[in-house]
Structures are given as C-alpha cells and as structure tokens.
Ligand binder design. Structure first.
Ligand code: ZN
Ligand code: ZN
Ligand code: FE
Length: 756
C-alpha cells in the first residue's frame, strides 16, 4: 500500500537527498521509480525505501532492475493514470498524527483548534471515498474548495499535505455546529452556552447531558462516564439494559489511572487504527458501574480525530472519560447523515454536535483485545477495513456474504480478501439496506465482479437469502468449516495442509440439521470431517433458549440424568407450570432441536451456578461467568469422551454437571466453580486433540468461533496445547466470532473454484 499515504513525496525527498534524477509514478500494482546516479547513492536509496517508508505504507516487495541511463536532469513526480479494472488500494481511516495534533494545540498555527486538521499521514479515507482513483473530486471533500494556502500545501511535494485529499483549514474546510434535540426540546440554559460548539458540548456533557457527536464513520452518543445518572439515562433511552459501553479517554496516562495497561495494550491503544481495547479495570476507579455492568473489563479508546482531542481536552472540572457508544438504537446501523441522525437519534440525545463533511460509508469503531501473543480483533472495522487480508492462494472474483450476527462480508480477487467494515446484526430492514449498499459500494471500489457467491448453509439468514437473490453461481459453506478456513486463511496456511479445528460458538447449522457449536473438525479449505462434538442436548424452545440460560441449564441437567431439585438456581428461575411444559417438550422432543452448542453450555453453567438466569445481549451469561472466574484456581471438571456413530467422538458434559452440583451444594464459591468449568473445557480440548493427533498425525490446532473471545479459555487452552507440542493458531487479523466468518467462506469458495 503505497498510494494515498505520502509515498511519492517520500521518494522525491529521498531522490533529492541522494542527488538522483528520474521519476516516480503510481501503477496499478504499486509504485514505479526510475532513478539514475552514482551506484553507492542508488544502493543507499534502495535501502532507504524500506527503512524509512512512510508510517501508513506497507511494502510487500521491492524489485530492482538495471536499465541504461536515460540522462534525466531532475527528479519529478509523474501524475497517475487510472487503469480501468485494476485494483487500487484504499486506506482505512487513520487516527490524527502527532504533527497535526501539535498544530491543533499551537495558538500560533493557522489550524489552531481546528477539528478537521489532517495530512498525508492521517485523517479520513475509507469513509469519505466515493470512487477510485482516490482523488479529492471523488470524495465527500469535493464540496469544499481549498483556499490558496491549502492548495499550496497540496501542490508542494515537500509539504506533508502534498496530495492529502481531505486537506482543509478553518478558512476553507468543514465546520461544526451544535443543535438542540428536535425531539427532546432545548436543554435548560442553552442560551448561556459558549458560542464555540465544542466548548458548549463540553458544558452540556459536564452537566450530565447526552450529546450525539458526528465523527469519522458515524455518530456517537456521548455522556460523562463517571456520572451514574447520565449513563442510566443513556441506557434507558437507547434501550440497552446491560451491554457494556465503550469509553474514550484523553490520553494513555488517563487510561492507566483507570485500567491495567500492558505493553501490548498500550501499543494497540496508540496505533493508527485506534480501536477500542478491552482492558482489565482497576477496582474502585471513577468509572460508573453502569458503564460495564457485571464485568471486570472496560472497552477504552483514545481520541482519533482532532474533534475528539478537543472534546476530551483535560480540565479539572471535565470528566476523565466519556461514554462513546454507537449512535443508534440497539441493533440498528449507526447513523451517518445529519438529517437522519437528528430524526433517528432525536429522542436519545439532548444535543447534536454536527459538521458538514459528509460520511459516504458508515464505519463503526473496532474492538480488540491485546495479550502477550498480540492483538485479537473482536470487531474489525474502522482503522482496519478495507485493508485487504492477503490470501494463501489466488482467488477468482467472489463475494462471501457472511453470517447473520456481527455480519461482515468479504470480496476477494487475486491474492486479496477485502473484509468489509462491521455491518452488524442483519435482523432489521435498516441493517439489510446498509448491507446491500455496502456490498455494491465495495464491489465498485475494488472492481470485483463476483463469479461466485459463497454463503452460509442456514437458509433463513438474511445474508443467505441475499445470496440466493443474486444471479451468480452459488456455493453453500458449512458454518464451522468456514470458521476453520477463516483461521487457516489469515495464517496463510497453504492449500492441502489440513489442521485440527476446535470450533466453539453459539450456533451454526450442521449438515445433519442439528444446531452445531461445539465442534472439533479435521480439515482444510477443500473439506472437513467432524472428529468430535459436544453431545447433543435439546435446545428448549429453539432460539428463544438463548435469552433464557436457565432453560439450557434444565436441558443439560435432564440430559445428564440429574433431577431438577428446588435448591438449584435455574430450577427456581422457572415457575412450576413452565417446568411441566419444559419437561413435556424434553420427553416428546417438541420444539427442542438437538444442539451441540458450546456457547449454550457456558449459558447453562452460568445459570446453574446462579450468575444469570436471563440475558439481554448475546453471550452475556458466558461473559459474566468468565468475569467471575478465579484466576488462581487449578481444579478442572471432567467430561466423558465416547466414540459414537461412524467413529465420531462425543464429548459428554454429564460428569461435569454431577461434579458442579456437588460442589454447589458443598458451598464452593462461584469464582472457583467458574474457574473449574473453564479449565475443564480447556482440558477436554487437550484430550480430544491428542486423540486427533494420534489418528491423523496432525500437530496444528486452529482455535475459532465466538467462544474463543473468552480470553480465560483461550489462554488456558493455548498453554495446554503448546505444552503438549501442538502449534496453535488463534485469530490475529479477523475476529474469531461470526465477524470473521466471511473470510473462511471466501477461502472455501476460492479453493473450490481453483482446485475443486
Ligand atoms: Zn496528520
Ligand atoms: Zn484552507
Ligand atoms: Fe459462528
């Protein structure tokens, strides 16, 4: 990636430094340079290309070829011609760089306190690009004509704003404005607010108001994260009972005062992607408990636009953290358009901090966790998308439509997989519209005309129905096979090298019609075989069971042959009449499809130990259970492993439930119960992987599926498997959850076309 990142000016500067003549120009494949001069100078020049490359560039290869001297007398930057149909890299949005930040806070600078300051090394990209080639007229900055000073910077190869397409200043660029909510009425004291929109927004935030803030890829809803009342109001208005909110804090020092920040986490927080990083909370800090109820972790990000830096600027009477949550109602796509935001978010926010630079494509904040092994994305969106994932083999042009929840889709061509930004849950009309719009937009941006459309096997996913409406050749990919392929593809495992895949998630349709989710597979891109799975239990009431973990606990107790005794929390959670109906459902197998879901096993255990009986967001029970687990505990509950039909192993949790009920009655504390469960799951993974290695000789294990967002389970599992001599692959580029599924679908489809 050498375009739109200041690469040609960088080459120009190098050529001048080494006294070389010639030219540089963009090509469809990257950048081409012709230089002539003394041979030592040429060598030094070539070395410096890699050593000093601009921060946002990424160099895959430097190829040098000798040609006769052409007698150039100076060095020039040649203008690029777009090659129709060629792939042109598009940069993700980039957090404000230190140079720009220094200008924003320098009273002598003409961009002093200007919220839209940017340069070649930072600023909006993906969210403002309407078409390629990336040039100002094809961005939403086309509406602003540069003033003479900005134009001079833009035209000067030695200026750090040379060809910075979003270049702007207070003279000529976008501006802020603060409006009261059209739905809630004007806040008291409005007329006394400062005239500067940022100062006024800060005054409102300080006094407990909720402000909708237009950012880079959409709107945030902001409030004082240390004010319990404000956070409660935001929850009530947004219809979000308990799902954690992310916060933004002014700087790393502030973050350290509230959370434990490892070296890896600090690097992630300060990276150009500027994601939300999940960090262990220090006890007793100033953040209101309502921000992340029931959790020991907090999602934190640093400011990534000048607007955020100004908004969060430290002051004795200003909160150290603002809740910054997506500007939407639960599950709807994030708002991007001013009018749309005023209308849809009117009932949610007391005021709107707007600007007049249009957002062409929405892009939510990314979420990652950082550990000793690096970064694991949980949501790959702003700052990462649409930077391509390199594939281990060439793909024909294709589209993979992704899953139902946490949807992303994937377009692939040649050696690239373009994972879309986070689309979200495809459960409503707005999300589906955003999905279809984004597919069309990315197909055009990357010039991908799919020959094949890959989709999940589940016929009712909206992403599957969308695929079925398209006219191209289609290919159904089993959900857990896609998870496995996703993990293999991001690690560039070549075709024909199978691995053991431990794929644990909430739900995915199996070819036998059951709901899979506790799968140990053996396979590669071309094929897979089910080596082992969690024993089937009835999913009481189908999908409704996911909202009621106590039902999963009752189903597991029933399957384990354990009585529904009145002292057990999930038994108490179900009324006597409901229990009678559930028992009938179990005995007659009515509305109780079989499931091997590992996510639901976590739910069942969370309910059984009394952590949570009903949930308001996906995986809440499992997340709360993990948050309670005692990290010093060394015990582990047993599973039984039996060889079933066709040699497929069944992992039976019955012994685990028997031990758990015994411990519960003996008064063993919940953190110990939770830890023993996590360690039991990790232990059975080791045992089954050992069986798989004995049978197949394979020594590589891929861990994928949403359950591996659980860092306790991931860590213990990895340690155990590595101790046993396995090579362990975990996700580093795409999420282990369904947000990474489309990459696997794409890899499976590409393999089927290329080698099938
Ligand atoms: Zn900059
Ligand atoms: Zn200007
Ligand atoms: Fe999944």
């Amino acid at each position: 990636m050498v375009q739109g990142v200041g690469f040609r000016p960088f080459i120009y500067t190098l050529a001048v430094r080494y006294g070389l003549c010639g030219w540089v120009r963009n090509t469809s494949a990257g950048v081409e340079i012709e230089v002539e001069g003394a041979s030592e100078a040429l060598d030094a020049f070539v070395r410096a290309i890699r050593a000093e490359a601009p921060p946002l560039s990424r160099i895959e290869a430097v190829t040098v070829q000798e040609i006769p001297a052409n007698g150039h007398t100076r060095f020039e930057i040649q203008h690029s011609q777009a090659v129709e149909g060629a792939y042109q890299p598009i940069s993700p949005d980039v957090a404000t760089c230190d140079d720009c930040l220094a200008e924003v806070f320098d009273p002598a600078n003409r961009r002093y306190r200007y919220a839209f300051t940017n340069c070649t090394n930072c600023g909006p990209r993906f969210t403002i690009i309407q078409d390629i080639p990336y040039d100002r007229p094809k961005t939403t900055m086309a509406a602003f004509t540069m003033c003479s000073q900005c134009q001079r910077e833009y035209d000067d190869p030695l200026d750090r704003r040379f060809h910075a397409q979003p270049n702007a200043c207070p003279e000529c660029g976008p501006h802020l404005e603060l409006l009261p909510s059209p739905a809630l009425g004007t806040p008291v004291g409005w007329d006394d607010l400062p005239s500067d929109p940022i100062a006024a927004a800060r005054a409102l935030l300080r006094t407990g108001h909720i402000v909708a803030i237009k950012g880079l890829g959409g709107f945030h809803l902001a409030c004082d994260a240390t004010n319990a009342r404000a956070v409660q109001t935001l929850r009530a208005r947004k219809g979000r009972a308990a799902k954690p909110f992310a916060v933004m804090m002014p700087d790393l020092q502030a973050v350290r005062s509230v959370c434990q920040v490892s070296t890896e986490a600090a690097a992630a927080l300060q990276g150009a992607e500027c994601p939300i990083v999940l960090l262990p909370l220090r006890p007793g800090g100033p953040i209101a408990a309502e921000v992340a109820p029931g959790l020991r972790e907090l999602g934190v990000m640093l400011p990534y636009t000048p607007l955020h830096h100004l908004l969060l600027e430290r002051a004795p009477d200003f909160p150290i953290a603002l809740v910054m949550t997506s500007g939407n109602y639960s599950e709807e796509p994030i708002a991007t358009d001013n009018d749309d935001a005023l209308q849809r978010l009117g009932p949610l926010a007391d005021a709107f901090l707007l600007h007049n630079r249009a957002i062409h494509i929405r892009c939510d904040d990314s979420v990652v966790r950082a550990d000793a092994n690096g970064v694991m994305p949980l949501r790959r969106s702003r700052g990462y998308a649409p930077y391509p994932i390199p594939l281990p083999f060439d793909a024909p042009p294709l589209l993979a439509t992704g899953a139902e929840l946490k949807n992303t889709f994937c377009l692939a061509r040649d050696q690239y997989a373009f994972m879309s930004q986070h689309i979200g849950d495809l459960s409503n009309y707005e999300a589906l519209r955003s999905y279809e719009h984004s597919i069309a937009h990315l197909e055009r941006l990357f010039r991908v005309q799919p020959e094949v459309v890959a989709h999940d096997m589940h016929p009712d996913y909206l992403a599957t129905r969308y695929a079925l409406r398209r006219s191209e050749r289609r290919l159904a990919v089993q959900h857990h096979h896609a998870h496995l392929a996703s993990c293999l593809a991001e690690h560039k495992i070549p075709p024909g090298q199978p691995a053991i895949g431990v794929i644990f998630d909430g739900t995915g349709l199996g070819p036998d019609g059951a709901i899979w989710g506790g799968e140990i597979l053996v396979g590669d891109y071309g094929q897979y075989r089910r080596f082992a799975h969690l024993r089937y239990v009835p999913l009481l009431g189908g999908d409704a069971a996911t909202l009621r973990p106590y039902r999963m606990a009752l189903a597991h107790l029933w399957s384990a042959g354990l009585p529904w005794d009145d002292d057990l929390p999930p038994v108490q959670a179900a009324a006597a009449q409901e229990r009678t109906i559930l028992r009938q459902q179990l005995e007659r197998r009515l509305n109780a499809p079989p499931t091997s879901s590992m996510g639901r096993l976590f739910d069942a255990v969370a309910a059984l130990v009394g952590v949570l009986q009903e949930v308001t967001y996906e995986a809440q029970a499992a997340i709360w259970l993990e948050a309670r687990a005692d990290t010093d505990e060394r015990g582990a509950y047993p599973f039984a492993i039996e060889r079933g039909e066709k040699g497929v192993y069944r992992i039976d949790p019955a012994p685990l439930f028997a031990a758990l009920v015994r411990d519960l009655r003996a008064g063993v504390p919940v953190p110990v119960l939770a830890a023993r469960f996590h360690r039991g799951v990790a232990q059975v993974i080791r045992e089954v992987c050992a069986l798989a290695r004995a049978e197949t000789g394979l020594t590589t294990v891929a861990l994928s599926g949403g359950v591996f967002q659980n860092s306790t389970l991931s860590r213990i599992t990895r340690q155990g498997l590595e101790h046993d001599g396995f090579t362990v692959l975990t996700h580093r580029l795409v999420p282990p959850n369904d947000g990474g599924l489309a990459l696997g679908q794409a890899a499976v489809a590409a393999y089927a076309i290329r080698y099938g």
